[in-house]
Design a protein around this ligand. Structure first.
Ligand SMILES: *Cc1c(COP(=O)(O)O)cnc(C)c1O
Length: 347
């Protein structure tokens, strides 16, 4: 495999240097200074100052937790922003393409449309695993990014470690492993393999297991070289002060996060048993995430029946390989018993 970051970086991006904000040009050493450099309102209210554009203290916490360097991390306004930055740094609109493996997370296709970058879709196989041969046959000289989602949304399964390793070895663009659900999985994160693969990019988020979808914090972990390219094009203040504060608090509070994950995992087991006992459910797919995909007799009918009972699930029936499926997010014990009673009452 011949990975060369320069070969896949957009020409115009190579020539850019990161925007230098007031907060970049003077970095506080902790001594008390009078800040008259950024045209802020001087009256303190907690958010009158611009946030740290490099999010140093939050990155320090994350780097320690993940046993990597701060230089291996880029933070964004949700993983959605991180994914968009990858398109904008590496894919020439109208020329380059990306590879995605449906059924998978819808944002990859949305972002390829927004960025005018072709999406070459190669379906997963019937076990929802990548068809490595078909992927490599689809790749051409303009294929810059390959998106793998593990555990995969909406199917719930993890992608085989061997297949991911094969793709990392054979694909000469960046392999992005979207680990939005990694904290619910028994598999190890690919973050630990960073030094082995120069073309590995891992994305994570505080939106799922960390319970902070509302603050919008996405995490991108990659080589320092890749992160340097992304830093050239990221908006300077893309992670606001309130988000940085809440994220630091939550990341420092692993005990609570761990307890919530355990609770969700035991509810997932109960939900799996419930679904398996419902007469109109013909298949319950294995899940490494905080949701379960299930095949039913008539997805739209069951979806609407549940709506009438006040329960909103996701109808995935139009996704390839997901005909007649519904996706159930694991809720609280109370929510799950409401779902269970509702499912049992349907005829
Ligand atoms: C929910 C989800 C995300 C999270 O995106 P954010 O923008 O960080 O909220 C990312 N990837 C997948 C596959 C998801 O399901």
């Amino acid at each position: 495999m011949s990975f060369n970051l320069d070969n896949i970086t957009r020409e115009n991006v190579k020539g850019l240097s990161p925007y230098s904000s007031a907060r970049d040009e003077y970095v506080s050493d902790g001594s008390k200074m009078v800040f008259l450099d950024a045209n802020e309102n001087p009256f303190e209210n907690g958010v009158n100052r611009y946030p740290d554009p490099k999010q140093r203290s939050l990155k320090a916490l994350l780097a320690k937790q993940k046993d990597i360097k701060e230089g291996n991390i880029l933070l964004g306004n949700g993983s959605d922003e991180v994914l968009d930055l990858l398109f904008r740094a590496f894919c020439e609109p109208g020329t380059d393409n990306v590879i995605t493996l449906p059924p998978t997370y819808g944002m990859y296709n949305v972002l390829s449309g927004i960025n005018n970058v072709a999406n070459k879709a190669v379906l997963l196989d019937s076990d929802f695993q990548p068809n490595v041969e078909a992927i490599l046959n689809t790749v051409d000289n303009n294929s810059k990014l390959l998106f793998l989602c593990s555990p995969n949304n909406p199917t719930g399964n993890s992608i085989s470690t061997e297949k991911i390793a094969q793709l990392l070895h054979s694909f000469s663009g960046l392999v992005i492993i979207d680990e939005a659900y990694i904290d619910f999985s028994t598999e190890q994160s690919w973050v630990s393999k960073l030094s082995e693969y120069p073309n590995l990019v891992v994305t994570q988020t505080l939106s799922k297991a960390y319970g902070m979808a509302g603050i919008r914090l996405g995490i991108c972990v990659a080589s320092e070289q890749v992160i340097r390219v992304l830093n050239k094009i990221k908006p300077p203040y893309n992670v606001n002060e309130l988000t940085q504060q809440s994220a630091k608090e939550r990341v420092s509070n692993q005990k609570v996060v761990g307890q919530e994950i355990s609770a969700i995992l035991s509810e997932r087991q109960l939900l799996k048993e419930t679904l398996s006992g419902i007469s109109f459910v013909s298949k319950v797919y294995p899940s490494d995430a905080n949701f379960i995909l299930a095949k039913v007799d008539d997805a739209s009918k069951r979806y609407n029946q549940l709506l009438k009972k006040g329960i909103v699930v996701r109808n995935r029936t139009t996704q390839p390989l997901c005909e007649h499926t519904l996706r159930f997010t694991v809720g609280t014990p109370e929510e799950n018993s409401l779902l269970t009673s509702a499912l049992k009452s349907l005829t």
